[in-house]
Design a binder for this molecule. Sequence first.
Ligand SMILES: NC(=O)c1ccc[n+]([C@@H]2O[C@H](COP(=O)([O-])OP(=O)(O)OC[C@H]3O[C@@H](n4cnc5c(N)ncnc54)[C@H](OP(=O)(O)O)[C@@H]3O)[C@@H](O)[C@H]2O)c1
Length: 351
Amino acid sequence: MERRKIRWDARGAHVAVVGATGAVGREMVHCLDALKFPVREIDLLASSRSAGKQLETPWGTKTIVDADAFDFSGVDIALFSAGKSVSLALSQRVLDAGALMIDNTSAYRRDPAWPLVVPEVNGDLVRLESIIIANPNCSTIQMVLALKALEDAVGIEDVRVATYQSCSGAGQKGIDALITETKHALEGKRDAVSAVHARGIAFDVVPQIGPMLPSGFTEEEEKMMFETRKILGREDLRVCATCVRVPVIRSHSEVVSVVTKREISVAECEAILDDMPGLRVTDRGNAGSYPTATQAEGIFDTLVGRVRKDPVTPKGLIFWIVSDNLLKGAALNAVQIACLAWAQGKDGKVA
Ligand SMILES: NC(=O)c1ccc[n+]([C@@H]2O[C@H](COP(=O)([O-])OP(=O)(O)OC[C@H]3O[C@@H](n4cnc5c(N)ncnc54)[C@H](OP(=O)(O)O)[C@@H]3O)[C@@H](O)[C@H]2O)c1
């Protein structure tokens, strides 16, 4: 694939948000503004179902455009969050237009040709002249922030994680399903279950996200294990994930157990995690102040708590990580990548 022509412009970038009406897309628009990304022009794209609808943005009222009919010429950065099939179908048109594609879907994460980036972890892979940059799975992003901090400080050997993932991880329809099924359950209609989550989610906990695979793991678990190794550049890292959907609207929570190469104390571990950009330990010296899902909602930082020694192994540590899956788990991470890429032009590194 040919390298794109760089079109850095001091007035800012022409941005396209594909999937702008979705749970992640709406947050992308919010994050572009919150991070003061220099937007010269913005186009909001979705399916033909939403074409013609209007959305208020910090750059005025915008009319949603059908992505299929959109001409990407002139776009500098295209942020995609409209599902894997849309990314695969439209990527060639984006690339032909010479834009940088930052993709939130699983379409390109496994492809060795494209970097999989969490800016605080491997942001050095971001170039304005990159062609596609993949944004990792939401549950992976929050965990690799902590793992990178420990890897750099003391080295890590094994990782086990159990997730408690919110319903917004399945998009707006995931939230709607939780609310509708909960209302029905309260009316005694426990059988009124949508097909969005693997099982009915009202008042239940479901140990399946994505299809079950022959390995016995689910697709979400395989994504977490693969992506963690790719982002950390540690093909040898032993990672074991169990991913669970819980009846929470927003923010994913995780219990992470790590075996480090050198034994460290709880205080040392807390200091290492708290020093990591994007991570904040909320209960240092105040045991009750661990983070919860509702507390993490709308917050850019990933929150950590309950750091403790694993009694099973001397080099083992266990902690609790909570992050807003629609922000750091998706939109914020993608916009941070856009900021990094654009800043290279601003700093004169890209002519
Ligand atoms: N939710 C998360 O926590 C999260 C985290 C990381 C990554 N992701 C990924 O981000 C993507 C979007 O997730 P979401 O949670 O925002 O889902 P969502 O709430 O269901 O939104 C989907 C968006 O895609 C648009 N869309 C659907 N079909 C389309 C088509 N054929 N052409 C153009 N646009 C189309 C929808 O437009 P209409 O309104 O017109 O239907 C909507 O804007 C998915 O690939 C997901 O895996 C999600």
